[in-house]
Design a protein around this ligand. Structure first.
Ligand SMILES: [Zn+2]
Length: 63
């Protein structure tokens, strides 16, 4: 399972998805809707992957 926590200080968005691909799809929607970024650059996507996403063990339940 993968977890996303938005890196924007005033944005408390946090969600999880079973795969990294699904999570990145949700992240793309999030940055579009909340942060008005329609076409994140490769470097932004890499930044998001490095700084806002982490893999969590399937046993760790989050709410
Ligand atoms: Zn956000």
């Amino acid at each position: 399972m993968y977890e996303f926590r938005c890196a924007v200080p005033y944005c408390k968005t946090h969600f999880t998805a079973p795969t990294e691909d699904e999570l990145m799809g949700e992240v793309a929607k999030h940055v579009l809707v909340k942060h008005r970024i329609a076409n994140p650059s490769k470097s932004l996507v890499q930044f998001l992957k490095d700084n806002t996403i982490r893999e969590v063990p399937p046993t760790a339940k989050t709410g």
